[in-house]
Design a protein around this ligand. Structure first.
Ligand SMILES: [Zn+2]
Length: 464
């Protein structure tokens, strides 16, 4: 049945993205869009035989109004809505897994600037992404929404969520930990969680504030970890944990204040998981260090390299039955004793448990890893029209030359010196590169090979 109040809603073309819906509030994303997303998603949910959804929101200033409009849209299309309120994205995932609902939508701008906002969606217990998200645009444009009067209720899950995470803490000796919520949506959950854990806990930016006054809540940027590094040193902590704006990504620093990237602390997590589940598959994305894949194999696990993107990794994990997966970006997924979604609070507690059970410090663990030199993730502009074509050209040239190329996501090339990666971002007009070698001379060789391929396709190589 056609609804005249919302006939033919058109979204700004930039907001329906690969893994989520995201825009700039008041510019590309507003309450009318949120209502239309509710009505379009209701159509998909009804078609799948569902009738109830959980909705959560982060701590951004725009989130209450956007959440209200989304809930209104869902209810107007006959969907029953359970509002779980303010909290991290994994709390919404937890609600979907435990409340007997058919879907979930989180209103969040994740780690993006304060004036951004968006939506992460689940249908059943699976991520809803790629072509499914594009389909919402078509449904909205048609204005062909179901009508009804859904019930709206409120349900607090924060205590149950935190209790579930704390349940899996298995440490013995008390440690000192600094935690930085970055004023993001993890704040309340982090306070409640640490108040029930043994040891000494130093909390930073635990008050949720959508303006992010202390620093931006994105632990992949070293400058956003400065405050945590300083607190770890000042308070003589064993290690430090940081969350992104909606706590589906984690950042880690050791007791000496050094950053451990996702592919480094994943070795620690994999070791623990493989002890309980020997021989199991451990997934990491194509940006991850060769050290992680080699260590997983050495410990008797099956390393699986997969495409970058939290929705893609989650789907691959479900398909392979892998108990653990992780991305360089800090999305860590535990199906071992947990639900298989990316939850940074949960990952933090598992790291704490491992360190508090053993005698090795995180700094000692870091120093025990095989020494390699690598670049960070290098991102540089390339037009939407060219970015995938460049990858195809590079792959074709390398294959003709007989190079050792993995084409899972872009090209990852193995040479005698190490490996280099070039891939096209699914979400931005950029190419992403990374290289890793055993020594500086090897790294220079790899950078040269990468630059040569970029120039051959008319792209200016990044400064490295
Ligand atoms: Zn996030």
């Amino acid at each position: 049945m056609r609804d005249d109040t919302l006939a033919g809603h058109r979204f700004h073309p930039s907001i329906l993205r690969e893994y989520d819906i995201r825009g700039i509030v008041g510019e590309t994303l507003g309450e009318a869009d949120a209502r239309a997303i509710g009505r379009s998603f209701a159509s998909v949910l009804k078609e799948a035989g569902g009738k109830t959804i959980a909705v959560g929101r982060d701590g951004r200033l725009s989130s209450p109004a956007i959440e209200a409009a989304l809930v209104e849209g869902l209810a107007q299309s006959g969907i029953n809505v359970v509002r779980v309120g303010l909290g991290p994205t994994p709390m919404l995932y937890f609600a979907v897994h435990t409340l007997g609902v058919d879907a979930g939508i989180m209103v969040t701008g994740s780690h993006n600037p304060p004036d951004h906002n968006g939506f992460k969606l689940m249908l059943g217990k699976k991520p809803f992404f790629a072509a499914d998200i594009q389909r919402l645009g078509k449904i909205a444009a048609s204005g062909d929404f179901p009508r009804g009067a859904g019930r709206v209720s409120e349900r607090t899950v924060l205590e149950a969520y935190v209790a579930r995470i704390r349940h899996d803490f298995d440490g013995a000796r008390p440690l000192a930990v600094a935690w930085d919520a970055g004023s993001g949506a993890a704040g309340e959950a982090m306070k409640l969680l640490t108040s029930g854990l043994p040891g000494r806990h130093v909390l930073l930016n635990e008050v949720i504030d959508g303006r992010f006054p202390a620093h931006h809540p994105d632990p992949t940027e070293p400058k956003n970890l400065l405050q945590l590094q300083e607190a770890v040193r000042r308070e003589a902590c064993d290690f430090g944990v940081a969350f992104d704006g909606d706590a589906d990504r984690i950042g880690i620093v050791d007791g000496r204040g050094r950053i451990l990237w996702g592919d480094q602390f994943m070795v620690l997590l994999a070791r623990d998981v493989l002890r309980n589940a020997p021989g199991s598959t451990i997934i990491a994305d194509v940006k991850a260090s060769q050290v992680l894949f080699d260590e997983v194999a050495r410990m008797g696990g099956k390393p699986l390299m997969w495409r970058t993107g939290h929705s893609l990794i989650k789907s691959k994990m479900a398909e392979t039955g892998a108990p653990l997966a992780g991305e360089m970006s800090g999305h860590i997924f535990f199906a071992d004793r947990y639900y298989g979604y990316d939850d940074a609070l949960y990952a933090g507690v598992r790291i704490l448990g491992i360190l508090a059970r053993g005698t090795e410090s995180l700094a000692q663990f870091r120093d025990s890893l095989p020494a390699v030199v690598n670049t960070p993730e290098l991102r540089f502009p390339c037009s939407e029209q060219r970015k995938f074509a460049v990858i195809d050209e590079v792959r074709a040239r390398l294959e003709r030359a007989g190079a050792n190329v993995s084409a899972i996501d872009g090209v990852r090339v193995k040479t005698g010196s190490g490996w280099w990666l070039l891939r096209a971002s699914n979400t931005q007009e950029v190419l992403v590169a990374r290289a890793e070698a055993r020594d500086e001379a090897g790294l220079e060789t790899l950078k040269g090979l990468l630059a040569e391929q970029l120039r051959a396709s008319g792209v200016t190589p990044p400064q490295f």
